[in-house]
Design a protein around this ligand. Structure first.
Ligand SMILES: [Ca+2]
Length: 89
């Protein structure tokens, strides 16, 4: 049985130029709560391709990165922001 965590949670708007320990190129799902949005980057240091995920559950194998390659196990940095376009946020 693996001792690696299966998920991690960020509770504040933040940005990570590098992934937390052991999470580089290992994320398959992203849950974004109401009032938040998350921009995910293919490379570290906010580089490479990027997409912004809004409120909801995002199954990254369904998101195309390029060609037949998905965003599954591709995230290497991210930014979490308040989504001011949502009512009440
Ligand atoms: Ca990557």
């Amino acid at each position: 049985m693996s001792s690696n965590p299966q998920s991690f949670i960020e509770t504040k708007a933040t940005e990570k130029a590098a992934m937390p320990s052991n999470w580089n190129d290992r994320i398959s799902y992203v849950y974004v709560p109401y009032c938040s949005k998350v921009t995910i980057f293919q490379d570290g240091g906010f580089g490479g391709n990027a997409i912004t995920l809004t409120t909801g559950v995002h199954n990254l194998p369904n998101y195309r990165l390029w060609g037949s390659t998905s965003w599954n196990d591709a995230i290497s940095s991210y930014r979490i922001l308040r989504d001011a376009s949502k009512s009440g946020c």
